[in-house]
Design a protein around this ligand. Structure first.
Ligand code: ADP
Ligand code: NA
Length: 333
């Protein structure tokens, strides 16, 4: 019933980091190039769920657009746009706020993590409702597939629950039950200083994070400082089982080189990190520095970025508006 359509988005906060690139943007490009219809959003309304300086938010929005394009997203082959420019996202989110249950939101591990050790009473209402807006982002386009990193798995399940409950409550088969696409070696890139935490652009305290905008020396230095154990690399991936930091570096290498983790360990078996880290840094610089250079070039012309996003918003809205109108009809608005 639903034609295949891909939707995904990233928050314009700080700078794109390596995990965003390997777990999301690189996959977005692969899906675009596979010929399927692809819609990629800069989710600025999500960014606002925690305080953003207005000037920084505008800058980060343009920078993320530049990052998308520099990584290989083509505004002619994908729709690239900014969430706040298509009003249907916020409108459908309200309807989903009335479909989703408080208990569902309270069980989200990201909500629990982001409020852990803090007074949850002081978190914004938007942060609590965030997954309902995310469901609206996806279902506003009747998207069938959503490429994301592993940290978004639970939010995707909630999107499915919202679609199912809406269809059930209104006795329709209107919203698709979307499939998460969580694939590849780098679905969860971990912090380089703590193998138990994911790398995140939203964590201000993690200076080990690799940003797409870092220069070659900075990237090399961050890999050199990355926490590891003292063992050489094992013969096979089973040998990485209880070595989260080593496994993380192998997974990063595999995703950058577009090979399996098995192929990486068999190439480096018996070698120590003294040899592996410089090889990894060289590979990362070779893959990331052309992207950083292209981002710098694109950022020099903010008016052109705004034009691309404006054009994308028009095309997105042309898909979204009829779906929103049908939703209003179904619910009796
Ligand atoms: P962040 O946590 O860095 O602020 P977002 O919440 O904006 O990132 O997520 C953007 C996309 O990047 C999502 O698909 C998310 O799953 C993916 N992603 C974020 N961090 C990682 C990571 N460390 N490894 C793999 N994918 C990630
Ligand atoms: Na995230």
């Amino acid at each position: 019933k639903f034609t295949p359509r891909v939707f995904s988005g990233i928050q314009p906060t700080n700078h794109l980091q390596l995990g965003n690139y390997l777990g999301a943007v690189k996959r977005f490009v692969e899906m675009q190039n596979s010929g399927i219809e692809t819609i990629y959003c800069i989710v600025d309304l999500h960014a606002m769920t925690v305080w953003q300086n207005p000037t920084d938010l505008t800058r980060a929005t343009r920078e993320l657009a530049a990052g998308y394009i520099a990584s290989g997203l083509d505004p002619r082959r994908s729709i690239l746009f900014n969430q706040s420019q298509v009003p249907g996202h916020a409108q459908l989110a309200w309807i989903f706020n009335c479909v989703a249950r408080m208990g569902w939101m309270g069980r989200m591990t990201q909500w629990k993590d982001k409020t852990a050790g803090k007074d949850a009473e002081k978190a914004s209402l938007g942060l609590f409702a965030y997954p309902s807006l995310m469901a609206a982002d996806i279902l506003l386009y009747h998207a069938t597939h959503v490429p994301v990193g592993e940290d978004q798995k639970q939010h995707l399940e909630l999107t499915r629950d919202i679609a199912i409950k809406f269809n059930h409550d209104y006795k329709v088969d209107f919203f698709p039950v979307t499939e998460p696409v969580i694939e590849g070696a780098a679905t969860r890139v971990m912090s380089l200083r703590d193998g138990s935490k994911k790398m995140s652009k939203s964590d201000p305290s993690d200076a080990s994070r690799i940003n797409l905008t870092d220069d070659a020396d900075t990237i090399a230095q961050k890999f050199r400082k990355a926490k590891t154990d003292a063992e050489p690399l094992p013969e096979n991936v089973e040998g990485l089982k209880d070595r989260p930091e080593a496994r993380n570096l192998v997974n990063i290498y595999a995703a950058l080189a577009e090979v399996t983790p098995e192929a990486v360990v068999s190439e480096f078996a018996g070698k120590g990190f003294g040899a592996f880290k410089p090889a990894l840094a060289d590979l990362a610089v070779a893959k990331l520095s052309p992207i950083a250079d292209e981002m710098t070039r694109l950022m020099a012309d903010p008016a052109e970025i705004d034009r691309i996003l404006g054009d994308g918003a028009e095309r997105a809205n042309a898909i979204a508006q009829p779906i929103l109108e049908q939703t209003y009809d179904i619910v009796g608005l």
